[in-house]
Design a protein around this ligand. Structure first.
Ligand SMILES: NC(=O)c1ccc[n+]([C@@H]2O[C@H](COP(=O)([O-])OP(=O)(O)OC[C@H]3O[C@@H](n4cnc5c(N)ncnc54)[C@H](O)[C@@H]3O)[C@@H](O)[C@H]2O)c1
Length: 328
């Protein structure tokens, strides 16, 4: 199998490349990434010299560059992680989100169409469904739920999902979409909640938490997400959408406290800040289709995953160095 992984120098993409290459030494993997602030090429150091791996610095918004890569490598499958991913940034300026998350996807889809790629897998998010009240118990999002994004990031991801599905319906392009809940684990940029908490706590710096910290998120260990993706690649049906979830629902305050407990730091480091506009309270995700049809169940409990994650950041202090924090 010859796979093109876009956005592979980012958090989930790099974990996916390391996972898939370890489990499938016969795969050839090409990683296309333009190395935005969110990327770290060192995340791929374990494979960078592997002859079965090739890194190409390129932008999915650059049609000619994408065309050249397809023409040279003729990938059997494309799995698209490339995206602008930070909700706060999308609220400040949505332009690059529209360009990368929609236009970039359109360029990839067109290339897949021209080169008759056997599979285009769009990595999407549970945020496309929008949020519900944190006390609500009767609404659960399955793959047929309406898209109702609450912020520009989620709106661009929803647009990309619709565009992807339209290429399946209009041109018969073999596509799959997976929509995952919040990931945590090694190699995540320190502007995101869990690495930010670890980094600030270690330095005894205040930890900003939006609003009252009551917002609920479902956390999946990134390795479990990668496992689910591999299973979907092997068993998923063309034209289908698969939700990927976990059963680790936590209030943001409790997520932060779990890290502080591991690091033996006081809860007084938590500083509640003005809430984000249109901040989704929770995303109740039904992933029974993926469990029943693909056979995926997340293996890592939050207690285990968060301990491994904290250990990884403590052992890889250089990773967070020189990165910009939300509190800067
Ligand atoms: N992190 C999560 O919790 C989460 C949850 C569900 C879905 N997702 C989705 O998973 C995917 C990966 O998320 P992540 O957290 O790893 O993101 P990330 O921000 O860590 O990495 C994104 C990567 O994409 C690259 N990239 C951005 N724009 C590009 C462009 N124009 N051309 C080429 N490369 C470009 C960046 O350089 C970076 O390496 C995204 O599509 C995101 O929407 C993330």
């Amino acid at each position: 199998m010859n796979i093109l992984v876009t956005g592979g120098a980012g958090f989930i993409g790099s974990n996916f490349i390391l996972h898939i290459m370890k489990k499938n030494p016969d795969y050839k993997v090409v990683c296309l990434d333009c190395l935005t602030y969110a990327a770290d090429i060192n995340s791929l150091s374990q494979v960078i010299n592997n002859p079965a791996f090739k890194f190409i610095k390129a932008d999915i918004r650059d049609k000619a560059a994408v065309e050249k890569i397809f023409s040279e490598y003729k990938p059997d499958s494309v799995i698209n992680f490339a995206a602008e991913t930070h909700v706060d940034r999308s609220i400040t300026d949505s332009s690059v989100f529209v360009d990368t998350n929609i236009k970039g996807v359109q360029i990839l889809l067109e290339a897949c169409r021209r080169y008759s790629t056997k599979r285009f897998h769009q990595i999407s998010t549970d945020e496309v469904y929008g949020g519900v009240d944190s006390k609500s118990t009767d609404i659960v999002f399955n793959e047929k739920s309406p898209l109702n994004p609450s912020n520009p990031y989620a709106a661009t991801k929803a647009a990309a999902d619709l565009l992807t599905l339209s290429f399946s319906k209009t041109y018969g392009l073999p596509v799959i979409i997976s929509r995952c809940c919040n990931n945590y684990g090694p190699r995540q940029h320190s502007e995101k909640l869990i690495p930010l908490v670890i980094s600030n706590a270690v330095q005894n710096k205040k930890i900003p938490v939006y609003g009252t910290g009551e917002n609920i998120r479902n956390w999946i260990y990134v390795k479990d997400h990668c496992e689910a993706l591999e299973m979907i690649i092997n068993k998923g049906k063309t034209g289908e959408i698969y939700n990927i979830g976990s059963r680790n629902e936590l209030k943001n305050t409790d997520t932060v406290k779990s890290v502080l407990d591991i690091l033996q730091k006081p809860y007084s480091l938590i500083e509640y800040t003005k809430d984000r506009p249109s901040h989704d309270e929770k995303y109740p995700l039904d992933f029974s289709k993926t469990e029943n049809e693909i056979g995926f169940t997340p293996a890592t409990s939050f207690a285990t995953g968060i301990r491994k994650t904290v250990e990884w950041y403590l052992n890889n202090k250089d990773f967070s160095k020189n990165k910009k924090y939300r509190t800067d």
